[in-house]
Design a protein around this ligand. Sequence first.
Ligand code: CP
Ligand code: NVA
Length: 314
Amino acid sequence: MTASLHGRDLLSSADLARAEYERVFDTASELKREFRETRRHAAQPLAGRNVALIFEKQSLRTRVTFEAGLNQLGGHALHLGEGIGFGVRESVADIAHNLERWIDGIVIRTFDHSVVTELALETGIPVFNALTDDEHPFQALADLLAMREHFGGLAGRVLTFIGDGNNVYHSLALAGAILGMEIRLAHPAGFGPHADIIAAAERLAASSGGKIVVGRNPLELAPGSDALYTDVWVSMGQEAQSHARVAAFAGYCVDSSLLELAGPDAVAMHCLPAHRGQEITAEVLDGPRSIALEQAENRLHVQKAFLVESLGRE
Ligand code: CP
Ligand code: NVA
């Protein structure tokens, strides 16, 4: 019997057990099927639910999919812009204590991951991590649902991340480890993942039959991959390092020859937004083996699924 996700936060990809991932994927697939058929949902399990959206970084996909997803299920999104002076005009704790008196949940995109954990600690309403410097758990849910759809399952599948050991990689490593996948990373020196996240992912992989592999050379790590995944070399908040990063990541571009090396059935993945000609070529991103837009489409449905499980009526 799967533990209920009622009232649950999603702060890190490590927050969900394997059966809980499967439950969110199943709910998301059902919502996606209905939405593709009718562009709406007959049931409105979020009717009367209000969720605040706090974005301290730019966003297209995450903003639109949380807001549209809430609306599609009868709920309501409140955008709290710069006007609230998050952590400046008022402390994170005071904001948390006020919001829980009025609304049902908080979606937050911010810089320091500790802000999200503090918010969750201070408030009794669920908090949903819409990206921090350390993690992007709803992205990993959407990505792994896209792989599950494409390959028919996840256990034993190999996802190789090419580039920065960043927030998107961290969440994929944790989620993939829980789901029994092999998650590889090829990164240049000095741009590796956080050691504590690798240690946690290795522990999770040990009990799921998964595997975590971290190395340098894309040419050595690509062969035998089911998916080559990449992300921008300069994440939001790292703009001052742009020059050094672009120089360091030369040789870490997902191009046609690397995808060929991965294998004839390998797909290319990207969380978007992309910089064609840097981390991925236009030929690959816009080509027939790219599932980037399936990943983006799934954002809407995995988030709706999680919101229904967490905030819907029991
Ligand atoms: N992939 C993703 O999170 O996109 P946005 O930054 O546009 O939300
Ligand atoms: N790593 C990127 C992901 C954007 C969706 C960033 O943090 O900017």
